[in-house]
Design a protein around this ligand. Structure first.
Ligand code: GDP
Length: 208
């Protein structure tokens, strides 16, 4: 089978808190990242669907947990799992109260959601491993939850420079079995098939 170039995604719902999240046992992968790291662009890239990113950028939805159903490859009926787009950290326009509510919803989701099988953390490769990123990675390590870092906007650096950032990050977290990282470019589709395979793998579904 050739590598899969896109995931079929359908917007399911936006939840202001964990209470409104779907009640079933489907596996979920959460996408997190600092605002402007390119999280929406990454989602758009792997689903090949502009609406995916648009949903998450709709005013009023930027502070919500946005759930997308991911179809089993080659089977439009069956759902393999869900991608949960977490609110971007450090959203500039959010007031203090909104930020606190954001934090609560994200903390609740990450710490109490049984469906969660992995986290994809999007970083801007030019500003990797900031305080928020370190907190999330540390938490995932402590929880033994698989976490994949995307060093996005790799097209902004030369190949050698991008590989250097990747190696540096991998060496920082070596010895952590659930930590993985890759370079990515949402604008050039670099790393897209690798990420799609990772997501399906976390769902326990293969691309075949
Ligand atoms: P979000 O706030 O994390 O959802 O970020 P967006 O997806 O809105 O992206 C923020 C900005 O970065 C936009 O101007 C995007 O066009 C740009 N961007 C996102 N991904 C990439 C990438 O891989 N390469 C480049 N050069 N720009 C990107």
């Amino acid at each position: 089978m050739p590598p899969l170039e896109r995931l079929q995604a359908t917007f399911l719902l936006s939840a202001p808190s964990l209470k409104q999240a779907p009640r079933d046992t489907l596996p979920e992968i959460a996408f997190a990242g600092r605002s402007n790291a390119g999280k929406s662009s990454v989602l758009n890239c792997i689903t090949g669907n502009r609406r995916t990113a648009k949903v998450s950028k709709t005013p009023g939805r930027t502070q919500l947990l946005n759930f997308f159903s991911i179809h089993l490859p080659g089977d439009t009926e069956q759902i393999a799992g869900r991608i949960v787009d977490l609110p971007g950290y450090g959203y500039a326009k959010a007031g203090k109260q909104a930020q606190a509510q954001w934090q609560q919803a994200v903390n609740d989701y990450l710490s109490r959601r049984d469906n969660l099988v992995g986290v994809v953390l999007v970083m801007d490769i030019r500003h990797p491993n900031q305080a928020f990123d370190q907190d999330l990675i540390g938490w995932a390590q402590a929880s033994e939850l698989p976490l994949r870092v995307l060093l996005n906007k790799a097209d902004k650096l030369g190949r050698g420079a991008a590989q250097k950032v990747l190696q540096q990050l991998q060496s920082t977290y070596k010895g952590s079995p659930s930590f993985t990282a890759q370079t990515f470019s949402a604008t050039k589709n670099t790393g897209r098939e690798t990420l799609i395979a990772y997501v399906l793998d976390q769902f326990g579904a293969s691309a075949a």
